[in-house]
Design a protein around this ligand. Structure first.
Ligand code: FAD
Length: 295
């Protein structure tokens, strides 16, 4: 089913997984999918390794989730560092496998001096890829957006203009980058509406799993850790169990506030680990049942 149609009838809960590099990692994905399936997510998505090593796995995992777990799926498709034909063929394979939804992204630029990589691909930006998908395929299409601004954006106004471009080219809805202060999300939605963006904007939430990881991720994507949260992370340091519980508690409060404010859905960055998201969904009483920690 096209996710746009799901969003017209319900507020969605969705979960994002990533393609692992090993067979053990693959087992972990399907274990996490099984454990989260009881919460009846409205769709799940699987990221695409723009860097290359795990590209082919996205197609395999979304196809298996759709057929074996019988959940609606959305494949991530990036275009950086690939030629147009390869990107087109990847989309054609998804279509042939019965996948109905994609989120179209540029992907992060490779480190170093490859600034022309996206141009070589024939798609400079996500909006070019979205236009290509609309002209050639029947997928439901999502795109990314950045409450605190994308790291390459010169200012928030141009960031919104580029977000609008993704929507004008055909994105049905947007999913945000992670953030830890809901104020950024609410301000972004206000700016988006003022600029004429009128598609659902779904907040992306990453429950913190470890101090090192959240510091790395936020540095990479330019999201800020609020001082009070940072102090707690400092206190628990490398104690991953304490940090994980802090992550559950923090994200539960974050999601409760977002949900009460009427967001069209919540997208969880699961990182192939079901425990935190299952705890959050259980305590919010949104869908499904509690499951036990798996690790
Ligand atoms: C929900 C979500 C899912 C993601 N999934 C993946 C994934 O599966 N794999 C992966 O590798 N990465 C993923 N990413 C990360 C994403 O690829 C990076 O953030 C990437 O750097 C930008 O992708 P984009 O699609 O926003 O690109 P773009 O829309 O191309 O934007 C990139 C930058 O260019 C600017 N820009 C856009 N259009 C123009 C224009 N016409 N002229 C000048 N500047 C412009 C934007 O403001 C922005 O600063 C995801 C991010 C999010 C939020």
């Amino acid at each position: 089913m096209i996710i746009k149609d799901i969003l017209e009838s319900t507020r969605t809960i969705s979960c994002e997984f990533f393609p692992p590099k090993t067979a053990d990692g693959m087992d972990a994905v399907f274990r996490a999918v099984d454990r989260l399936k009881v919460f009846r997510p409205d769709f799940v998505s699987v990221t695409y390794g723009a860097g290359g090593s795990t590209r082919g796995f996205t197609e395999e995992i979304v196809t298996r989730i759709k057929t074996e777990a019988e959940l609606e799926v959305m494949a991530h498709q990036t275009c950086v560092g690939q030629n147009k034909e390869d990107v087109h063929n990847s989309l054609a394979r998804l279509e042939a496998a019965g996948i109905e939804n994609v989120i179209a992204l540029r992907g992060d630029l490779p480190q170093g001096d490859h600034a022309d990589a996206p141009v070589k691909s024939g798609f400079s930006h996500a909006s070019d890829l979205i236009g290509h998908i609309r002209d050639n395929f029947e997928f439901g299409v999502a795109a990314a957006c950045y409450p605190e601004g994308h790291t390459e954006s010169v200012d928030l106004d141009s960031d919104i203009e580029h977000t609008k471009l993704r929507v004008n080219q055909g994105a049905d809805f947007l999913i945000t980058q992670l953030f830890y202060d809901n104020k950024y999300f609410f301000d972004f939605v206000d700016r988006a509406i003022k600029s004429g963006i009128n598609v659902p904007i779904i907040p992306g939430v990453l429950p913190i799993l470890s101090t090192g990881q959240v510091r790395r991720f936020t540095t990479l994507c330019g999201a800020k850790i609020p001082p009070a949260l940072d102090q707690q992370l400092e206190k628990f340091g490398e104690d991953d169990d304490e940090v994980r519980e802090l992550g559950v508690e923090y994200a539960t409060r974050q999601v409760r506030e977002l949900w009460d404010a009427g967001v069209p859905g919540v997208h969880f960055y699961v990182l192939n680990r079901s425990y935190s998201v299952s705890q959050i969904l259980t305590s919010l009483g949104l869908k499904g049942h509690c499951v036990q920690p798996e690790d």
